[in-house]
Design a protein around this ligand. Structure first.
Ligand code: G
Ligand code: G
Ligand code: MN
Ligand code: NA
Length: 253
């Protein structure tokens, strides 16, 4: 309850901010960023979303928080574009409750319109938890979102209730290989085989595939060898503040 009240205050007084983790191609060139929320708590300092997203979900504040995240990420993307830093994409995380909110599509539409961003540059990262609730509702909502032009990615792919059926039925654009599979890809043949399989499913279904949690060169080499051409992880960069990300983009250009 205490954290719930302070989260309410956080939303009202701008204590949340976004950091941006680069997503890169096989040359290490920046393609885009994943926006990740942080909270500067007045007493506790900067909090990770692990410490407050599930609370926000339980108390219903996730709708407002998620709306703020989408708006702030679109605003920042627009600023980068206006300054000549043309990212191919900006990814935002969408929680299951947020996705199921009846206003979700309107919220996405409003942000795109307000910030005048090309909708195909916006990637919504959705977890598999969304899908299991009600597949036909999920298909319907995703279809409406796709009609706006935005792109849809399954985050943490392979860790939830992965059903191959939804790969067939949902209008997806991207699979994001969970970091738990990438971590031991060099030493664990089973992890390597799972990653190989995810990449080949993605490539065969003409879905984009990105590996997360990439921490070293050996992992990059192996992933490229398996046909994955997009990466995110500490090997390339930790999440950066907007100011640091801007500087990083200018150094890349
Ligand atoms: O940024 P970090 O790697 O600490 O994120 C921890 C977890 O919080 C990840 O699972 C990530 O998906 C989630 N997360 C980060 N930002 C957001 C956000 O804006 N909305 C939601 N729903 N989850 C987020
Ligand atoms: O669930 P999601 O993929 O949105 O979570 C992203 C989380 O992974 C963030 O908390 C981010 O800080 C973390 N992360 C990003 N890159 C790496 C990495 O290379 N190694 C590890 N261990 N965590 C990472
Ligand atoms: Mn994510
Ligand atoms: Na993920």
């Amino acid at each position: 309850v205490e954290i719930e009240q302070s989260l309410r205050v956080a939303l009202d007084t701008n204590q949340l901010f976004l950091v941006y983790q680069p997503q890169v191609d096989n040359q290490g060139n920046c393609l885009g960023a994943e926006a990740l929320v942080r909270w500067t708590h007045p007493d506790k300092g900067v909090l990770s979303p692990i410490e407050f997203i599930s609370i926000a979900e339980e108390c219903g504040l996730i709708i407002e928080l998620g709306t703020w995240v989408i708006d702030a990420a679109c605003a920042q993307f627009k600023t980068w574009s206006d300054n000549g830093n043309h990212l191919k994409k900006i990814s935002v995380n969408v929680s299951p409750k947020q996705f199921r909110d009846i206003n979700f599509v309107n919220i996405v539409r409003d942000a795109i319109k307000k910030h005048q961003i090309n909708p195909k540059r916006l990637i919504l990262e959705i977890t598999e938890g969304i899908v299991i609730k009600d597949i036909s509702d999920t298909i319907d909502k995703m279809t409406v979102l796709k009609s706006l032009g935005v792109r849809l990615s399954i985050d943490d792919f392979g860790t939830g209730y992965s059903s191959l059926r939804y790969l067939k039925e949902l209008p997806l654009d991207q699979l994001k290989i969970d970091q738990s599979f990438v971590r031991d890809i060099i030493n664990q043949p089973k992890d390597a085989m799972i990653v190989t399989t995810i990449i080949s499913i993605a490539n065969n279904l003409e879905l984009n595939v990105i590996a997360e949690g990439v921490e070293n060169k050996e992992q990059v080499t192996m992933l490229i060898d398996k046909g994955c051409m997009q990466f995110q992880g500490y090997y390339f960069s930790k999440p950066k503040t907007a100011a640091d990300f801007t500087q990083y983009l200018e150094e890349q250009a």
